[in-house]
Design a binder for this molecule. Structure first.
Ligand SMILES: C[S@@+](CC[C@H](N)C(=O)[O-])C[C@H]1O[C@@H](n2cnc3c(N)ncnc32)[C@H](O)[C@@H]1O
Length: 228
């Protein structure tokens, strides 16, 4: 089961796509501790909500490129991407992890410890909107370098606006699942998640507070670069 799961999160499903397999074979540099966390996560029935490996690698590279010290993960699950970010922020850095289900973050905890980065992780078990408001109330506006939005899709618009307040000029907001398995092309009338993602995609296109790229990596990844 695990072998066939290897690339299922990659763009287009990747399973029967030799070119995508080639991309993964020749570019992934997954640290051993992330591999261990991934294999542990495959034991969970919800394993398929985990981020794609090449996407996490891209975001870690971007985070490093802009000298990220403070990051926020909105929707941690077992913490694959949060750990990937914690590995690239410096010793005095911090990754605020937003999650409502402590069972998930507890699954990742032994791997955060094994990696020697648990002290950089600030995990908050409560609705992410509350955590973002808490950070704003604590005077942390415009102090974060990198935010990854990957929790409940109906709140995507709210997560984006709060993230834009929390991120410094030149910082990056990465938004997952912006293609939502292709459903954004024609959102059904009763499909509030797809509508929410589609609305945000269209809003961002016209948002002059940011520079913008929408990538077909994983299930679609938007990168919003906050203007200087
Ligand atoms: C797609 S998964 C995140 C995957 C993760 N980013 C990774 O690296 O594998 C979405 C997560 O968001 C969490 N979630 C859902 N609603 C939330 C909320 N209101 N606040 C915080 N977390 C939430 C879910 O429990 C789930 O673990």
């Amino acid at each position: 089961r695990i072998a066939s799961l290897d690339i299922f999160k990659s763009h287009g499903g990747a399973k029967d796509n030799p070119l995508m397999q080639y991309v993964l074979n020749n570019s992934l540099r997954e640290p051993p501790v992330l591999e261990k966390l991934r294999l542990k996560t495959f034991e969970d029935p919800w394993y398929f909500i985990m981020v794609a490996r090449e996407q996490a690698q891209l975001m870690a590279n971007l985070a490093r490129l802009i000298n990220t010290t403070k990051a926020i993960e909105i929707g941690m699950y077992t913490g694959y991407n949060a750990l990937s970010l914690a590995l690239v922020v410096p010793e005095n850095g911090r990754v605020v992890g937003c999650e409502i289900n402590e069972n998930y973050t507890n699954m990742g905890k032994p791997f955060f410890e094994e990696a020697g980065v648990y002290h950089k992780m600030d995990i908050r078990i409560q609705p992410a909107l509350k955590t973002l408001d808490d950070l704003l109330a604590a005077g942390e506006a415009e102090t974060f370098d990198f935010v990854f939005i990957d929790a409940d899709k109906q709140n995507y618009g709210n997560y984006y606006e709060k993230s834009l307040q929390l991120v410094r000029k030149g910082g990056i907001i990465a938004i997952d699942n912006v293609l939502w398995s292709g459903k954004v092309v024609d959102p059904a009338e009763d499909d509030l998640s797809t509508q929410s993602i589609d609305n945000l995609n269209k809003r961002l296109h016209k948002d002059d507070r940011i520079d913008l790229s929408m990538l077909t990596v994983g299930d679609g990844l938007t990168l919003a670069f906050k203007h200087w």
